[in-house]
Design a protein around this ligand. Structure first.
Ligand code: ADP
Length: 316
C-alpha cells in the first residue's frame, strides 16, 4: 500500500510538485501519467526514499519515508528512470551485489539471483558484462534488480523509455506477468502503455494531480458531450433542422458543405439515437450511418494537460 499526503518538493526555488496526495491499495496496478517535467520522477524518488519531500508525508506499506527509509528501500523494488548499473560487473555479479544490499541472506543468494534472472529472460546473458548489453537488456537487468527479495511493492519509473519497439513489447509483457498480489506504481508519459497495463491512472501535470480514476471512468466522466455521426439520404436540410430541436442536442454541424453527413453533439446523460432513427422514418429520409464517437483516453489526457491544473471538472 502506498499513501502520499500533501507532498511538495522544491529544487532550490523551483517547485517540482505541489500538494500531491493519493492512495494506492494493496495489489493495485496504477499508472502515474504525465508529460515530461510534470513531476513523476520527483514523486517516485520521494516514495522510494531517494530524496525527502520539502513538506508533506508519504508511507509505503505503512512505513514512513523519512523515519523508516532503510526498511522501505529493502522492502520495495524500484526501477529508476536511469538505472545506476555497475557496468563492469557481469549480470549475475551485479545482481548478487544488489541482492546483498537489499538484505538477501547468503544462503538464499544463488537461488534468488537465479530466480530473477529467469523471470526477466536473462539466462543467456547472465555471464555477460552489463556495460556490453543493449539498452533493452540493461533495462531487464534493472527490472531483475527491482524484483530481488520478491517485493510486495514495485515502483517503476518510465520502464520502457528509450527502448526499441521489440524491447518495449517484451518489458510490457514482463510487467503484465508481475501483476497479481503486488502493488505496482508505474510512471509513463505514454498513454496507451498505462491504459494497457493499469487498472487506475493518476494524472499529474505541472506538479499537481489533475485526475485519478480508471481509464474507463476517466473517459466517461470527463466526456462533456457525446458526438454522434449521422449520414442520411433524402431531404437532409429539413431533417437536420428537426434534430436541432430535439431535447439534449447541443449542436448540429455538417461535416462539409453539400454532404449529407452531420456531427451531432449531445448531452452525455441521454442517448438520442432512437429518436434520430424515428425522425428519419418520419421525414422520409434513408439512414446511412448513425454511430457515437467515443472520446479516447488520449483525448481526455490532452484535455487535462492543456487545461489549467485547477480546471473545473478535472479533479475527481
Ligand atoms: P517527470 O518525471 O514528470 O519528467 P521530474 O520530476 O523529473 O518530471 O521534474 C519535475 C520538475 O522538476 C521539472 O521542471 C524538472 O526540470 C525539475 N527538476 C527535476 N529534477 C531536478 C533537479 N535535480 N534539480 C532541479 N530541478 C529539477
Amino acid at each position: 500500500m502506498i499513501e502520499a499526503e500533501g507532498l511538495t518538493k522544491f529544487y532550490g526555488h523551483i517547485g517540482a510538485i505541489r500538494n500531491v496526495s493519493f492512495k494506492i491499495d494493496k495489489g493495485e496496478v496504477v499508472g502515474f501519467l504525465g508529460p515530461n517535467g510534470a513531476g513523476k520522477s520527483t514523486t517516485l524518488r520521494i516514495l522510494t526514499c531517494y530524496m525527502p519531500p520539502s513538506s508533506g508525508m508519504a508511507r509505503v506499506e505503512g512505513l514512513d519515508v523519512i523515519e523508516n527509509s532503510l526498511q522501505i528501500r529493502q522492502k520495495i523494488g524500484y526501477l529508476p528512470e536511469s538505472v545506476p548499473l555497475y557496468k563492469d560487473l557481469t549480470v549475475r555479479r551485479f545482481l548478487r551485489f544488489a541482492a546483498s544490499s537489499k538484505g538477501v541472506e547468503a544462503k538464499r543468494m544463488n537461488a534468488e539471483v537465479s530466480r530473477v534472472i529467469s523471470a526477466c529472460g536473462l539466462e543467456k546473458n547472465a555471464g555477460r558484462i552489463v556495460g556490453n548489453l543493449s539498452k533493452g537488456f540493461r533495462q531487464r537487468v534493472g527490472l531483475a534488480q527491482a524484483l530481488l527479495n520478491d517485493p510486495s511493492v514495485l515502483i517503476l519509473d518510465e520502464p520502457t523509455i528509450g527502448l526499441d519497439p521489440g524491447h518495449i513489447i517484451e518489458i510490457r509483457r514482463l510487467i503484465q506477468e508481475l501483476r497479481g498480489d503486488r502493488t505496482i506504481l508505474l510512471s509513463s508519459h505514454i498513454l496507451p502503455e498505462v491504459a494497457q497495463l493499469c487498472q487506475r491512472v493518476i494524472i499529474i501535470n505541472k506538479g499537481e494531480i489533475v485526475a485519478t480514476d480508471s481509464p474507463t471512468n476517466l473517459t466517461s466522466q470527463l466526456q462533456k458531450t457525446v458526438k454522434i455521426v449521422l449520414e442520411v439520404s433524402g431531404p437532409t436540410h429539413e431533417f437536420a433542422q428537426a434534430i436541432e430541436n430535439l431535447t439534449g442536442v447541443e449542436k448540429v454541424s455538417q461535416v462539409s458543405n453539400g454532404t449529407s453527413k452531420f456531427v451531432i453533439e449531445t448531452d452525455p446523460s441521454t442517448d438520442i439515437r432512437p429518436e434520430i432513427a424515428a425522425m428519419a422514418v418520419q421525414k422520409g429520409c434513408g439512414l446511412l450511418e448513425l454511430r457515437t464517437i467515443q472520446l479516447s483516453l488520449e483525448d481526455i489526457f490532452m484535455q487535462l494537460v492543456t487545461e489549467e491544473p485547477s480546471g473545473e471538472g478535472a479533479k475527481s
